[in-house]
Write a protein that binds this ligand. Structure first.
Ligand code: GTP
Ligand code: MG
Length: 444
């Protein structure tokens, strides 16, 4: 079909036709419901709040059951995310519920990085989903979607203002998840203080640009209730799994010496409002917002980061093939550049090592020459010493011979004049020449 025909076809007005009888596609919504019910639903809640603020109690109260809980210690070195998944069933509807606890939140001395593990966890779930979507063989139908649909942010009922940790964390999370702020342990704050606190919290959120989840008002069926409930945010809740007898009914409540706080009594707290809004009215919208707003944003940024574009510079649709080719070229170019860089680095390294070796060789040679000179000098000295010693030895031998000659002469003289023997001997030894010979000073 030519391009102009295509355009004309798509621009053609749709005509309304009436059916001659029942066809059956009015059962489409029922088919959808039936399919969804068979498939089951998943819902993932992230609980962020200080240790001991009442997160687990509220979850147990909300779903009217007892989830596994472990008390967190106040000594965690960092915030850690602990997900737990449960299969719940109400009538014939199956719900795969994941509750993720931010364990150790607010317990560190330095809280600058407290938000980081939470952001990373949310991103990891988006990344897993994106990877599944990008697979050649996708199985999104039975994929366990762990993306966080709602973050219940537990605010401590101080009556003053929000802590900077709360503001920073909510600001970091607001583009990634639907945040519903709730004032926890609302039974510990008086009614008038609570009223002021709610106003204060909301004004602080607005002035700091924190986007919290707004119950949708575009669907007529729920527009009224949702707009009323938006004005009640943040919900002030009380949690309890304890049952107390009020009148002749057992109700979930917290019992104090001065009275009973009933969890499901709307004049005591906003627990019922939270449950209605979170579970009965807006669960599907939370799931949808997660997919169409938060995940979409993550996916867009990620794909742009990877080099994918919707249009090329001439505003023409960018094909996946082209993107792939461009990216491949970029990658190969980068690889080549890196290879060249490494080769150059290697050559430089070899040159450096060669120069170092040459320098070392030169030093060694100099050392050798120096040692050689010292050795020759020593040798010359030893030779000189040897010559001196030989001369001394010759002189000594000559002296020895002279002494022996003199001795033999004196012996001869003694044998010829035996009578004058003693006298002559004395004379001989008194002679200066004899003394010199004996003391070694005789010079030939
Ligand atoms: P970690 O998981 O250890 O961080 O604690 P948590 O936030 O899950 O708190 P948890 O539900 O274990 O409750 C801690 C304590 O607070 C328990 O003694 C609860 O009984 C109490 N508590 C829970 N909810 C409320 C509430 O609404 N009001 C009051 N006054 N106490 C509450
Ligand atoms: Mg807990």
């Amino acid at each position: 079909m030519a391009a102009t025909d295509l355009e004309r076809f798509s621009n053609e007005e749709k005509r309304n036709l009436s059916l001659g009888g029942h066809v059956g596609f009015d059962s489409l919504p029922d088919q959808l419901v039936s399919k969804s019910v068979t498939q089951g639903f998943s819902f993932n809640i992230l609980c962020v709040g200080e240790t001991g603020i009442g997160k687990s109690t509220l979850m147990n109260t909300l779903f009217n059951t007892t989830f596994e809980t472990e008390e967190a210690s106040h000594y965690e070195s960092a915030v850690c995310l602990r997900p737990r998944t449960y299969d719940l069933q109400e009538s014939n509807v199956h719900l795969k519920l994941t509750i993720v606890d931010a364990v150790g939140f607010g317990d560190q001395i330095n809280k600058d990085e407290s938000y980081r593990p939470i952001v990373e966890y949310i991103d990891t779930q988006f990344e897993n989903y994106l990877q599944e979507e990008l697979k050649i063989r996708r199985s999104l139908f039975n994929y366990h979607d762990t993306r966080i649909h709602v973050c219940l942010y537990f605010i401590t009922p101080t009556g003053h203002s929000l802590k900077s940790l709360d503001l920073v964390t909510m600001k970091k999370l607001d583009s990634k998840v639907n945040i519903i702020p709730i004032i926890a342990k609302a039974d510990t704050i008086s009614k008038s203080e609570l009223h002021k606190f709610k106003i204060k919290v909301m004004s602080e959120l607005v002035s700091n640009g924190v986007q919290i989840y707004q119950f949708p008002t575009d669907d007529e069926a729920v527009a009224e209730i949702n707009s009323v409930m938006n004005a009640h945010l943040p919900f002030a809740v009380v949690g309890s799994t304890e049952e107390v007898k009020v009148g002749n009914k057992l109700v979930r409540a917290r019992q104090y010496p001065w009275g009973v706080v009933q969890v499901e009594n709307e004049s005591h707290c906003d627990f019922v409002k939270l449950r209605e809004m979170l579970i009965r009215v807006n669960m599907e919208d939370l799931r949808e917002q997660t997919h169409t707003r938060h995940y979409e944003l993550y996916r867009r940024c990620k794909l742009e980061e990877m080099g994918f574009k919707d249009t090329d510079p001439d505003s023409q649709p960018f094909s996946l093939q082209e993107t792939y080719e461009t990216k491949r070229k970029e990658f190969l170019g980068e690889l080549q550049r890196k290879e060249e860089e490494m080769r150059q680095m290697f050559v430089n390294k070899v040159k450096e090592t060669e120069a170092e070796l040459k320098e070392k060789e030169r030093e060694l040679h100099e050392k050798f020459e120096h040692l050689k000179r010292i050795h020759q000098e020593e040798k010359r000295k030893v030779e000189e010493k040897r010559r001196e010693l030989e001369e001394e030895m010759n002189a000594f031998n000559r002296r020895k011979v002279a002494v022996e000659t003199l001795q033999s002469q004196s012996l001869q003289a003694t044998s010829q004049q035996p009578l004058k023997k003693d006298k002559d001997r004395k004379n001989f030894f008194s002679l200066p020449s004899a003394c010199s010979i004996a003391s070694g000073r005789y010079v030939n």
